[in-house]
Design a protein around this ligand. Structure first.
Ligand SMILES: [Zn+2]
Length: 164
């Protein structure tokens, strides 16, 4: 088995920000890193679930809605993935995410939290979602990071898997 690209990022040096993790098949995957992995607490499951509903709602109603392919949480609960068609710069994504988070802070309800529309409708926490959104917003505005440090991983065939 080959080491997949996202596992070659050095998670011990990772700062909150927005990073391009993949560009392939006409799609770009952006990593929205909300917390510092293994140093700060991860986002609580209920809060990141609410963030998923709110972010997906905003992005899919925004001026870039036709290019939004996917919005969802990372399994490690330290950030979100957004997949877009076309090429948006990290700076474009930063501006969009700032607008999205500012909108989230004005919301008093999480959309689609009925059993008909959500797979775990009781797992929501709007106050914590807004707390995380406010902190991430501050980081995107005042302490922004967008360059990954890659680990050098040597594969079985001797090839080095790292492109930065
Ligand atoms: Zn849901």
């Amino acid at each position: 088995m080959e080491v997949i690209q996202s596992f070659t990022i050095d998670h011990t040096k990772l700062k909150p920000g927005i990073y391009v993790s993949r560009e392939d098949k006409g799609f770009t995957t952006y990593d929205l890193r909300i917390t510092e992995p293994n140093k700060e607490p991860a986002v609580a499951p209920a809060a990141i679930h609410s963030l998923e509903h709110l972010m997906a709602t905003w992005f899919r109603n925004s001026r870039v809605k036709d290019d939004v392919v996917y919005v969802g949480p990372m399994g490690c609960l330290t950030g979100m993935y957004i997949i877009m068609t076309g090429k948006y710069s990290v700076e474009d994504m930063r501006k969009l995410t700032i607008e999205c988070l500012e909108w989230i802070l004005t919301q008093d309800k999480v959309p689609a939290t009925e059993p008909e529309s959500c797979g775990n409708y009781l797992l929501h926490d709007l106050p914590m979602c807004k707390w995380e959104s406010a902190r991430y917003l501050d980081r995107l505005k005042n302490d922004f990071h967008c360059e990954y440090s890659k680990l050098k991983i040597t594969l079985d065939d001797g090839k080095v898997f790292a492109d930065a």
